[in-house]
Write a protein that binds this ligand. Structure first.
Ligand code: NAG
Ligand code: NAG
Ligand code: NAG
Ligand code: NAG
Ligand code: NAG
Ligand code: NAG
Ligand code: NAG
Length: 266
């Protein structure tokens, strides 16, 4: 009996102090943070939520507003803003906030007449996917002969071959024939026949491709309450930047339901 009572007292104080620490931190106006994720413009490209300015990032500030991995570098002396995807740096040609899409060019191939793809593009866990207009080009380098019925990349060194789209055979055994395989992405070209790709792959790579983003699943609650999602960089806690200038946990509407129900039972 006594045991039970002290237990319930313990839980009471535990939840009450949790509640008040929650209220305190959620009501705190953090003027050092990027108040409600301001917009900026960089080489004509508008940078706003869920993207954020990596070059403005205040390294001593413990939090930022926007999706992790969606930081954009706007430094001077760059032709376009840069986003760092897991595999490499990509120039951001445009961002369309209405259709949730961004147009990118691999920084390695920008303004190179006959570009060589250097790395596979990987999106890992980012809330990004290839748009319907995306088309794969699969390159094989330093081949002793054509590994199958691939097209020759004539402007590159001999021994470079590529496939357009998904037509590469599944069982293609390129080991021992070629030294390296790289899968890159361009935009579909309806008018192109195979022979047009032989001459035109460089221009297509230089024009880049489009990715679509979707709401990061863990940010749904915050965005529904008209907040902007961010993270505490030191604790990796989800934060919600609200319209009234406050920073809360999870979402902008009051206390979490479970906690309120627990407290109302006392
Ligand atoms: C936070 O700032 C907003 C305006 O920016 C103000 O309306 C609100 O009262 C402030 N909240 C606290 C707890 O200071
Ligand atoms: C942004 O790019 C510049 C040069 O292009 C580089 O010097 C700088 O370190 C980059 N900043 C960040 C935060 O990555
Ligand atoms: C960076 O953030 C720290 C801590 O939040 C703050 O004290 C400092 O004034 C900020 N510096 C700038 C340049 O915003
Ligand atoms: C291909 O050959 C060139 C020299 O012709 C060499 O520099 C390069 O390392 C080779 N391997 C790959 C994977 O490109
Ligand atoms: C790219 O991905 C393929 C598998 O799709 C892999 O075989 C190849 O080694 C990768 N290339 C590089 C440069 O990592
Ligand atoms: C972020 O984490 C740091 C370190 O734990 C903490 O001092 C800071 O108050 C946190 N910021 C927010 C808004 O929770
Ligand atoms: C987050 O903190 C780490 C060090 O803890 C730092 O290297 C990194 O640059 C920070 N993230 C951002 C977006 O600045």
């Amino acid at each position: 009996m006594f045991q039970n009572q002290s237990n319930s007292f313990f839980f009471y104080y535990f939840f009450v102090s949790l509640f008040f620490s929650f209220v305190r931190s959620s009501a705190k106006n953090d003027s050092s943070s990027y108040a409600f994720c301001p917009k900026s413009t960089c080489n004509g490209v508008e940078i706003s939520y869920p993207f954020w300015r990596l070059d403005n990032y205040n390294t001593s500030a413990p939090q930022y507003c926007g999706y992790p991995g969606f930081g954009i570098n706007c430094s001077e002396n760059q032709p376009l803003p840069i986003i760092y995807l897991p595999s490499d740096a990509f120039y951001v040609k445009s961002i369309d906030y209405k259709s949730y899409s961004l147009a990118l060019v691999d920084a390695d191939v920008f303004n190179v007449k006959c570009p060589r793809a250097r790395h596979n593009l990987t999106l890992e866990k980012l809330p990004l996917k290839f748009s319907d207009s995306a088309l794969k080009l699969t390159f094989y380098f330093n081949c002793t002969k054509n590994p199958g019925d691939a097209l020759p990349a004539e402007c590159l060194k001999s021994g470079t071959y590529f496939y357009v789209g998904e037509i590469e055979p599944d069982d293609l055994n390129w080991f021992g024939i070629c030294e390296e395989k790289v899968v890159t992405t361009v935009t579909k070209r309806r008018s192109f026949q195979n022979n047009d790709w032989i001459e035109g792959f460089g221009a297509a790579m230089g024009e880049g491709f489009v990715l679509d983003w979707r709401s990061a699943s863990e940010c749904g609650q915050c965005e529904k309450s008209e907040g902007r999602c961010g993270y505490n960089n030191s604790t990796h806690n989800l934060l919600c930047y609200c319209k009234d200038g406050t920073v809360k946990f999870k979402h902008c509407k009051g206390t979490p339901k479970t906690l309120a129900i627990y407290l109302s039972s006392y």
